[in-house]
Design a protein around this ligand. Structure first.
Ligand SMILES: Cc1cc2nc3c(=O)[nH]c(=O)nc-3n(C[C@H](O)[C@H](O)[C@H](O)COP(=O)(O)OP(=O)(O)OC[C@H]3O[C@@H](n4cnc5c(N)ncnc54)[C@H](O)[C@@H]3O)c2cc1C
Length: 378
């Protein structure tokens, strides 16, 4: 049971946001920028964010050549351009809001490895550069084949290297800590261990129900407006949306003495990615090997994909280098038939900012801003 004091002081807010990933926290900050006096609460089911935002690879990316070409098969040119613009604007906002030092932002080079199966993509190299130039104000991609021997990749498997001139890398842990710090400084409350089990709109109010294991009842919070930023897990609260979970597997090596590789790397239409971090290689991806198995919300491993990552690390990325794997982890992303995020009013007082695909680090701040704009533009 709740006390009089708890009922008076702890349960009512102007805005509640469910989910403390990059989108939830960015939405809270964008709401604060627009409404300096509003009471704002972020609710997170985990002690740490438990989806994708603290599990990702930290690529500040706009898309590789083969990924853009793949997108052009299912989207118009203007849609592809607005998706790239979405990522660019998101990254600009993130860097401006938090500062490059605070998120470990660096431009150590971004590259795509081209295998013999993708040589045809190189025919489109100039066309895609022309298409993206008005947005980027420079060539997105340039040839960097000399990197194959510089980084020691297997020449039999890596036929060409493209440099992406519009991408960087960041430290995911620092970025999320900086977001949390700014929220706290901005008088935004964050409650962890707050697993929302149901939401209900009643008149001008939204009720948010939390299961509390130490009380014999649910706790009901209420707000004027609710933002749902739960990405892959949204269908538990609002069923029927075009959102599928997509798990991502990642492994990291022990520090490798004399490691030559520096920067961030993609291959196979962005399905695989690796980077140098603290003298180690972080390597993830391979969801395309088992789309069905990876349509999962469970943070467990896929042995088939881990074996594939190990094989590619051994033969393609570090063929002549001694290294040891330190450990692996997984995170959960959200996908749909459309590659654009859902930023929409679900009802009069319930709003959605979800379905970031594999690009939420890049897009998250822009999504939060567009969502806050929608919520405050009555
Ligand atoms: C392995 C991996 C690598 C990636 N690499 C990159 C990359 O390099 N670059 C890039 O741009 N993107 C990358 N991504 C994608 C990016 O991390 C995501 O798109 C982004 O983090 C999504 O942010 P979000 O806030 O929408 O969702 P999340 O971070 O998943 O946040 C949603 C939050 O909601 C909480 N929640 C869910 N349900 C409830 C509930 N009922 N009650 C309370 N809380 C709830 C969850 O615990 C979670 O913390 C990667 C993702 C993964 C998994």
């Amino acid at each position: 049971m709740l006390s009089y004091w708890e009922k008076q002081s702890f349960l009512q807010y102007d805005h509640i946001i469910i989910g403390s990933g990059i989108v939830g926290l960015s939405t809270a900050l964008s709401l604060r920028e627009r409404q300096p006096n509003a009471s704002i609460l972020v609710m997170e089911r985990g002690i740490l964010p438990t989806g994708a935002s603290t599990k990702n690879a930290g690529f500040a990316c706009i898309g590789s050549l083969t990924e853009v070409l793949e997108d052009l098969k299912i989207m118009s040119e203007s849609e592809v351009l607005s998706l790239v613009e979405y990522r660019m604007k998101g990254l600009e906002k993130l860097r401006h809001r938090l500062g490059d030092n605070n998120i470990g932002y660096a431009e150590n080079g971004s590259y795509e490895l081209i295998s013999e199966h993708e040589l045809i993509a190189l025919d489109q190299f100039y066309t895609i550069n022309d298409m993206l130039r008005p947005l980027l104000k420079k060539n997105a991609y340039s040839r960097a084949d000399h990197m194959i021997s510089e980084f020691g990749f297997n020449k039999g498997l890596v036929k060409h290297v493209l440099q992406n001139n519009a991408e960087g890398e960041l430290d995911t842990g620092k970025m999320m800590k900086a977001l949390i710090k700014l929220c706290v400084e901005s008088d935004i409350e964050i409650k962890t261990g707050a697993d929302v089990i149901r939401v209900l709109e009643e008149g001008n109010e939204v009720k948010v129900f939390i299961d509390h294991k130490h009380l014999a009842q649910h706790i009901t919070f209420s707000c004027r407006q609710l933002a749902i930023c739960t990405n892959a897990f949204t269908n538990h609260l609002i069923p029927g949306l075009d959102i599928q979970p997509g798990r991502g597997q990642v492994l990291i090596t022990q520090p490798i003495p004399g490691l030559k590789i520096k920067g961030i790397f993609h291959f196979d239409k962005g399905f695989y990615y690796f980077r140098e971090v603290d003298g180690r290689i972080l390597f993830g991806g391979g969801r395309n090997l088992d789309f069905t198995g990876e349509r999962s919300e469970t943070l467990s491993y896929n042995e088939l994909i881990l074996a594939d990552l190990l094989e590619k690390l051994d033969t393609m990325i570090l063929p002549d280098t001694h290294y040891e794997i330190d450990y692996a982890w997984t995170g959960i992303m959200a996908f749909g038939n459309d590659k654009f995020p859902i930023v929409a009013a679900h009802s009069r007082n319930i709003f959605l900012g979800v379905r970031m695909g594999g690009m939420g680090v890049a897009m998250g701040s822009e999504v939060g801003d567009r969502l806050a704009e929608l919520m405050t533009s009555e």
